[in-house]
Design a protein around this ligand. Structure first.
Ligand code: ATP
Ligand code: MG
Length: 418
């Protein structure tokens, strides 16, 4: 127990951390280029926020939330996704009164869902995400999709499928849901229990059911029943995606099925070697959400991207980046006086941006060389009594096993410029 992480959690170990750092770095850079700024919201929120914001007919709220009572008898939930917290912060800090649109991103945000742990499905996972408030034109739908693609491509995750759909708005969806219920009603006894429960409150989700979807391929599609406003929005989106040369497929099966999710929905998926579809990124428009959570009517749109799934795809494709070099140099010392000089030298090297270290384990000189070799350091600096007197240090090329002397006062400059 004590030496085992809880089920569904993973350590980010030092040999892997550079992969996370690269993902986060590219996320920050790509978002900043498009005028997005970072937001970090708390790891936990009032449970009600997610019940209302994610929707109490969703799997996330019904089955997957980490909910507990705190010592003040408040119901608290660890965030299962990033949107609800961002919307809450947008309202609470009156960001709606600032210049809109308000473009936000978060990088490697921890999310918690009580799911059955399996490949690509963790209980603590991490998401990159963007949220935009106050932009109703489809150009922003296209923009955030392009940002997601750019972040994925920057991390060697290409060849993914982009699927888009429109789930309309409360106006056109009402008539569509009646149509859908008429279609589903006679089939209901043959559908699973969850689908039967969803029939009244969230029938669109039935089309998404892993068990039943295959039986419902001739169901009416929301896409064929859009009002003029939603249809125009979708056409514009397609035009903007084409303008950026982004390939996409229309998949009328992508649904969300909550009132405040509107118009555009999309997912970016790939196939696993086992042939399953793996969703790396999913998102959509939520024009009704800010108002539903008590803010002024403000359109919104965003996506969430699973970082562990990005790493999975990198591993599948063999595109995981190589670890950067550990240290640029290692300073081997002999004797107390040389050690003092070594401490100073390492400090001077670091000050000019050279990754440097020296022995902290009171090792013999031979063991220090061995250690530097293990770390893969190519150029070792040797400071010993004799050389110290002469004002020189030795530079040892660990690859060719050659050594040369250089003046001690030139060594920092030498490494700084290499
Ligand atoms: P799925 O269909 O795989 O359950 P979802 O619809 O629940 O995904 P979203 O709520 O849209 O996913 O979350 C956005 C992204 O977060 C997903 O596309 C995925 O990459 C990642 N994600 C979601 N749940 C998990 C999890 N339990 N473990 C790891 N990553 C996850
Ligand atoms: Mg899920």
């Amino acid at each position: 127990m004590l030496t085992q992480a809880p089920k569904g959690t993973q350590d980010m170990l030092p040999q892997e951390s550079h992969r996370w750092q690269r993902i986060e770095r590219s996320m920050r850079k790509i978002c900043a280029l498009a005028g997005y700024r970072e937001i970090r919201t708390p790891i936990f929120e009032h449970t009600e926020l997610f019940q209302r914001g994610v929707g109490d007919t969703t799997d996330v709220v019904q089955k997957e939330m980490y909910t507990f009572e705190d010592k003040g008898n408040r119901s608290i939930t660890l965030k299962p996704e990033g949107t609800a917290g961002a919307v809450r912060a947008f309202i609470e800090s009156h960001m709606y009164a600032d210049a809109l649109p308000c473009k936000l991103y978060y990088a490697a945000c921890p999310c918690f869902r009580y799911e059955k742990p399996q490949s690509g499905r963790l209980r603590q996972f991490h998401q990159n995400g963007v949220e935009v408030f106050g932009a109703k034109d489809a150009s922003v739908d296209a923009e955030i999709i392009k940002l997601a693609m750019d972040v994925l491509n920057a991390n060697g995750i290409d060849g993914l499928k982009l699927n888009i759909n429109s789930i309309g708005c409360p106006t056109c969806r009402k008539a569509y849901l009646d149509k859908l219920r008429d279609y589903l009603r006679p089939k209901l006894p043959g559908l699973c229990k969850t689908c039967q429960e969803r029939f009244e409150r969230n029938p669109m989700r039935i089309l998404d059911c892993k068990e039943d979807a295959a039986k419902l391929t001739d169901a009416p599609a929301m896409l064929d029943n859009l009002c003029e406003d939603c249809a125009t929005h979708f056409e514009k989106l397609k035009g903007y995606l084409a303008a950026m040369a982004l390939d996409y497929q229309i998949d009328p099966r992508i649904v969300r099925g909550l009132d405040y999710y509107t118009k555009t929905v999309f997912e970016i998926i790939t196939d696993t070697p086992e042939g399953d579809a793996l969703t790396v990124c999913g998102g959509g428009r939520y024009d009704g959400l800010v108002e539903a959570l008590g803010g002024p009517a403000t359109p919104g749109i965003g996506w969430g991207m699973g970082i562990e799934r990005m790493l999975m795809v990198q591993d599948m494709r063999g595109t995981a980046p190589e670890a950067p070099g550990y240290l640029d140099t290692f300073v081997v010392t002999l004797g107390d006086e040389a050690r003092i000089a070594g401490v100073k030298l390492v400090n001077d090297l670091r000050a000019v941006g050279v990754k440097a270290d020296l022995d902290h384990a009171a090792r013999s000189m031979k063991a220090q060389f061995k250690y530097a070799g293990k770390l893969g350091v190519k150029n070792v600096i040797v400071i010993a009594g004799d050389e110290l007197q002469k004002g020189v240090v030795k530079l040892r090329d660990m690859v060719n096993s050659t050594e040369r002397e250089i003046p001690a006062n030139e060594v920092v400059e030498l490494f700084a410029n290499s």
